[in-house]
Design a protein around this ligand. Structure first.
Ligand code: NDP
Length: 504
């Protein structure tokens, strides 16, 4: 079955201070479907003045609004209602994301369910955020460490999982009592813009969430440097993440970053190879490989390498590529011309550097769309670009190893540290490897599963801070110490032994 391509494009507005808004300049920009080559969306083009208006609204909502002070139970009701509304909009949202991003529509529907589940989970956290108390400081002292919302957040998101990634941030920041300005990628702003009205319907007070659409420069950059923003939560490339850190210096705002990865997927000879096979192909083909968690490096133990690699190739060969509106398709279109050329140039570099191309390697000739077939290189050496750099496409680089130590060394030979997969039936090997790899998530005998309860983030240049799980809400808080003195206080001049000053 194939969903019909709509006859007309969608038109969107921004959401500022509780209202639908156009850009002050009146300018708009548009998006063409990467799979169909037709216009699918038109959006306001925010300038720095629109960002300023959105930040001012969020600042007011934080400084004099009710949201930061509401009981957790009240905030939870809004988030739960938002989750219901996301589920109710699932088909429309999935269509929007497939048209803008080229991802398979069946997968897009699943992503809407996963997104709603994050709002549900964050709702539960609203009622669990708490600090600490110290009843051990002496009879006259009670110490409290309380958590307060950090303030106004700027959130900047990429194009690969639009609603899912904003759902990893926004409900958690709202649960903590923060207010927000959100800027989605210019390539996929549709579902994020739709969230404004949806959240108002869920009961979110005016100004708590403001959503702008525009380019990284000037909109994203203005948000990152804005003096009235207390924290930036950014997901995107390592390169732009570093620029955001630079801009954040203006007022020393806190920065949380979810960046790129070059994730190793390690298969030992004793593994359940049938299960590993499926996971390896899924790991590199999911979302066309445009995935920060992509298992783009396969490290396979030499004794089983030849057979296992042959089977990976035969399986990957059968993955259907094409129109993402077709329910059967697993690999849709590549997001834009730049990314398309980038993937093809990595394929060229693999060929030039002497890796052996075993599958694919070509753009697929489809009318009006940009598609690349699943591509597999073996005989890849650790120093080759395709072994070290993030390609963000359906391209697998296969390396071999003999010993556990060698597998760990190759796995850690990267500037990144987002995630890794380990396949073995030996518990010693599984835990030795998972404790030795410098990455934020390790999957043992599975790959790319996720749960709202489990935190996510990167080591090294894959990021700063963590999203999801109970710790993520703490990222959006400031800790404050409150000391209470009980009974009469002895004056400074009268003390024989002065008490230690807390800080000087
Ligand atoms: P980019 O870094 O190019 O863009 C991310 C966001 O930043 C976009 O909204 C972009 O706007 C904006 N932006 C661009 N320039 C600036 C600037 N100077 N200041 C502030 N914001 C700016 O990433 P992509 O959208 O290309 O996404 C792909 C990258 O995201 C990959 O490297 C991937 O690994 C990473 N990623 C990481 C994830 C994680 O959780 N670790 C998850 C998903 C992706 P615009 O769209 O207008 O350019």
């Amino acid at each position: 079955m194939t969903t019909l391509l709509p006859n007309a494009h969608f038109t969107y507005t921004m959401w500022i201070d509780g209202h639908a808004a156009s850009a002050k300049s009146g300018q708009t920009f548009s998006r063409e479907s990467p799979a169909h080559g037709v216009k699918v969306g038109e959006y306001p083009l925010a300038g720095a003045d629109d960002v300023d208006a959105a930040v001012a609204a969020a600042r007011r909502a934080f400084d004099i609004g009710s949201w930061p002070h509401l009981p957790g139970a009240e905030r939870a009701k809004v988030l739960l209602r938002a989750a219901e509304l996301i589920r109710a909009s699932k088909d429309e949202f999935a269509l929007i994301e497939t048209l803008e991003s080229g991802k398979p529509i069946k997968q897009a529907r699943d992503e809407m369910e996963w997104s709603a589940a994050l709002w549900d989970y964050a709702a539960a956290l609203c009622r669990h955020l708490h600090g600490d108390s110290y009843n051990t400081l002496g009879a006259q002292v009670l110490g409290l460490t309380i958590r307060e919302p950090i303030g106004v957040l700027g959130m900047i998101t990429p194009w690969n999982f639009p609603l899912l990634i904003i759902s990893q941030k926004l409900p958690f920041a709202l649960a903590a009592g923060c207010t927000c300005v959100v800027k989605p990628s210019e390539l996929t702003p549709g579902t994020t813009l739709r969230l404004g009205e949806l959240l108002a319907e869920a009961g979110l007070p005016t100004g708590v969430v403001n959503i702008i659409s525009g380019y990284g420069e000037p909109a994203g950059a203005r948000l990152s440097e804005h003096p009235d923003i207390n924290m930036i939560s950014f997901t995107g490339s390592t390169e732009v993440g570093k620029a955001v850190v630079g801009s954040s210096k203006s007022n020393l705002k806190k920065v949380e970053l979810e960046l790129g990865g070059k994730n190793p997927h390690i298969v030992f000879a004793d593994a359940d190879l049938e299960a590993a096979l499926d996971a390896v192909v899924f790991g590199v083909c999911f979302n066309m490989g445009e995935c920060c968690n992509s298992g783009s490096r396969l490290l396979v133990q030499r004794s089983i390498a030849q057979n296992f690699i042959n089977r990976v190739i035969e399986t990957a060969r059968t993955i259907p590529v094409g129109d993402p509106l077709d329910e059967q398709i697993k690999i849709g279109a590549i997001i834009d011309g730049n990314q398309f050329q980038k993937i093809l140039s990595y394929i060229d570099s693999g060929n030039r550097d002497g890796a052996r191309l075993r599958l694919g390697g070509k753009a697929l000739n489809r009318e009006n769309g940009r598609f690349i077939e699943a591509t597999i290189f073996d005989e890849v050496q650790p120093e080759m670009s395709i072994a070290k750099e993030e390609i963000f496409g359906p391209v697998l680089s296969i390396l071999t190893f003999d010993t556990t130590e060698e597998a760990i060394r190759i796995a850690n030979n990267t500037i990144y540290g987002l995630s890794a997969g380990v396949w073995t039936r030996d518990i010693d090997t599984a835990f030795t490897v998972s404790r030795s790899i410098r990455a934020g998530t390790i999957w043992i005998n599975t790959f790319m599963d996720g749960y709202p309860e489990l935190c996510f983030g990167g080591f090294n240049q894959s990021g700063l801070g963590r999203e999801l799980g109970r710790f993520s809400i703490e990222e959006f808080t400031e800790l404050k110490t409150v000391q209470v003195h009980l009974g009469p206080r002895t004056g400074w001049w009268a003390r024989e032994t002065p008490t230690m000053p807390g800080t000087v």
